[in-house]
Design a binder for this molecule. Structure first.
Ligand SMILES: [Fe+2]
Length: 404
């Protein structure tokens, strides 16, 4: 039976954790609070070590609205800084990547080394009266953690230590990413018209695989697909039991029983979700790192990296790129379909046509259970200090009535 306007907007008759208010995706105040309490307070995947192969290589990224620069130091380590001049805040390093021993701000030529020290300010004597000198004017350093070649950053100096935050979440990636050196061969950025959480949800729930032609044929046609179980680690990272996918069932995909990445059996698929916005997916011969940067409540920069084995032959690399792009390239038959779906959700949420999203599937933690999404919003609620089912109740200056 269809529903009246009253019935449509009424709170769902579900447990609090079985649905979320659509305002978690649309409200500007919620967005700003997420940036502060979640994005700037947790560990964030920034890039892969292969993107900074030699000393003094740098890469700039955005994180939680902040410009960040990462650099391979003279000693071979990785450091990260907020990419903002100590003087008047101009972005210091303006190129997406490069190699430099010093960075000079274009505005007034204050200059920094790759340890973040301010090493030159023109006509510094003019600051003597004010008691200011370059010694106290370094860049703001950002914490770095490295695991299996993946570089993470954390803007919160007081937050959980790296190893404590992730715990055992990388356990099923150790053999895949830790045996042979991998490198990024594909970096693809897309701005989508959807909220960052909606994008991450496509990696946290498998029920939507009905969307995907390839997944229906190579995965959902096996009972094993439905019997896999979610495992949820402390701090809300999650993984699903690995499974073999039958690529040979779709003409043109090839068998994928050669060039398998270390630790995987032919055709094997693995996925690891890292709270709050990064996913690592292994698809037999290729590995994808998926992360995003929230631009606004309804705009998200999605970043996809494809990885292969460093030093492999040109022929092997070409096949691996082909395998990657069949699913995850800009014209693949998987990832672009997710974009279409989440943009369709966002369209209804933004205009207020939809008030709630339902996450009420229970299936003994099997693959079609919404358990990881419920865990995500439980974690989200703790960081945000408000329930995802009714998040505006406690926002300053607003009442529940505003929770449309
Ligand atoms: Fe998907």
């Amino acid at each position: 039976m269809s529903r009246s306007a009253h019935e449509w907007t009424a709170r769902p008759r579900l447990q609090d954790d079985e649905f979320v208010s659509s305002t978690v995706y649309t409200h500007p105040g919620i967005f700003e609070l997420e940036q502060e309490r979640i994005k700037r307070a947790t560990w964030k995947f920034a890039c892969h070590e292969s993107e900074l192969p030699t000393r003094f290589d740098f890469r700039t990224v955005e994180h939680a609205g902040y410009p960040i620069v990462l650099v391979r130091t003279e000693e071979g380590g990785i450091r990260a800084f907020i990419n903002s001049c100590s003087h008047r805040a101009a972005t210091v390093v303006r190129a997406p990547r490069g190699n430099a021993e010093q960075w000079r701000c274009l505005f007034h030529a204050w200059t920094y080394d790759t340890r973040g020290r301010c090493i030159a300010m023109p006509r510094a004597s003019g600051y003597e009266q004010a008691g200011l000198c370059k010694d106290g004017m370094g860049l703001r350093e950002v914490k770095v953690g490295i695991k299996l070649g993946m570089i993470f950053i954390n803007l919160n100096d007081e937050g959980s230590p790296f190893d404590e935050y992730f715990g055992d979440a990388f356990e099923i990636l150790e053999d895949v990413m830790g045996t042979k050196e991998l490198e990024v061969f594909h970096l693809h950025k897309t701005v989508i018209n959807a909220n960052w959480k909606q994008w991450f949800e496509t990696n946290m729930e498998i029920y939507h695989e009905y969307l995907h032609f390839l997944n229906r044929n190579i995965a959902m046609s096996n009972d094993e697909f439905y019997e896999r179980r979610w495992k949820i680690y402390p701090n809300c990272h999650g993984t699903l039991t690995p499974m073999k996918q039958r690529y040979e069932r779709v003409k043109g995909l090839g068998r994928r029983d050669e060039r398998t990445l270390p630790g995987l059996t032919p055709g094997e698929f693995r996925v690891v979700d890292l709270f709050p916005d990064t996913t690592i997916l292994c698809r037999a011969t290729v590995l994808r790192i998926d992360t995003s940067n929230a631009i606004s409540p309804n705009q998200t920069l999605v970043e996809q990296r494809g990885l292969g084995i460093k030093g492999e032959s040109a022929e092997d690399r070409l096949i691996r790129i082909n395998h990657h792009n069949q699913f995850w390239g800009p014209f693949g038959r998987n990832l672009p379909e997710d974009v279409v779906a989440v943009e369709a959700v966002e369209k209804s949420n933004r205009c207020g046509a939809s008030r709630y999203g339902i996450m009420a599937r229970h299936d003994e933690m099997k693959s079609l259970d919404d358990a990881l999404m419920r865990a995500f919003y439980k974690e989200w609620s703790e960081y945000m200090g408000r329930p995802a089912s009714n998040p505006l109740g406690a926002l300053p200056g607003e009442t529940n009535a505003a929770n449309r």
